[in-house]
Design a protein around this ligand. Structure first.
Ligand SMILES: [Ca+2]
Ligand SMILES: [Ca+2]
Ligand SMILES: [Ca+2]
Length: 278
């Protein structure tokens, strides 16, 4: 990850409004509930910090009530604006050091795309394993991950036709949903919790919205190529290069549609650049 670089660009973007067909929380300068649209709820006294583009949560067991009722630090946001989207994504980069023995208690790190209907996508993330639950336990998977590093997760939902789950750009699982999503008052929640063990969770970003059109240069699907798109283009370019697979989250930045994000794509992005936002 290129936290420092992302931070510099985000400072340039400080005045650009965040209303768009993609919503992102980048953990650069303010907490999620501080003007970023998220509602916070807590149990007991979870600690948190923002530093170098990361939001860290530290949760402990047993301070306010006996385990498994430990600290909880939770953020929720309604995504009703995306109801009916036929190509929806949620992507997040997280480091979770907690143990998978906490899974039973909805800990240590959780992120869900949920609703008041059938559709549900839930991820419980520990140091070396992820538990995935889809549509009220229709699917339950346990997937191993490399410990002690950040992982990029990506969920793509094509309404009621298909969903795809990627870890670090690799397809982990795909299936057919029981109903379309986002629908039925949809919302996203992410949180850290402790049941029996102290745990640290660090989030680099949480992004969601309409999947941008391939090779469009238009990350936020607003019909233009501007400074807001550049923030994400630069990230794709920094993690890419000639003949390096762009991955599902950077197909929109592969301007010449040859599968990578390199200097040729940058030149085309520049040619299509239409302004500095707004
Ligand atoms: Ca960040
Ligand atoms: Ca755009
Ligand atoms: Ca390319």
């Amino acid at each position: 990850m290129t936290h420092r670089r992302a931070l510099v660009v985000s400072l340039l973007l400080a005045g650009v409004p965040a209303l768009a067909e993609v919503v992102s929380y980048e953990a650069t300068s303010s907490f999620p509930e501080e003007g970023n649209g998220w509602d916070r709820s807590t149990f007991c006294a979870p600690e948190r910090t923002i530093d170098d583009g990361l939001m860290r949560q530290v949760v402990e067991p047993g301070e306010c009530a006996a385990p498994p009722s430990g600290d909880r630090d939770s953020y929720t946001r309604a995504i009703g604006a995306f109801t009916g989207s036929r190509a929806f994504f949620m992507e997040w980069v997280v480091f979770s050091e907690g143990d998978n023995s906490e899974f039973t208690w909805g800990a240590p790190a959780v992120i869900t795309a949920w609703s008041f209907g059938v559709p549900f996508y839930g991820f419980t993330i520990a140091r070396d394993e992820v538990k995935f639950v889809q549509d009220a336990f229709v699917v339950i998977l346990f997937v191993p991950i490399a410990p002690d590093v950040f992982h990029k997760h990506r969920l793509e939902v094509y309404w009621d036709a298909e969903y795809r789950w990627y870890i670090d750009d690799q397809l982990v699982h795909t299936g057919t949903p029981g109903a379309g999503y986002p629908d039925f008052n949809p919302a996203i929640n992410w949180r850290a919790k402790s049941a029996f063990m102290e745990s640290t969770v660090a989030w680099d970003y949480i992004r969601y919205g309409d999947i941008p059109a391939a090779s469009s240069g238009d990350f936020d699907s607003e019909g233009d190529v501007d400074l807001r798109d550049w923030f994400y283009f630069e990230e794709c370019a920094a993690n890419g290069g000639p003949d390096i697979d762009a991955g599902p989250g950077c197909l929109w930045a592969d301007m010449d549609a040859d599968g990578d994000v390199d200097f040729a794509d940058f030149r085309r992005f520049q040619l299509g650049f239409t302004g500095d936002g707004g």
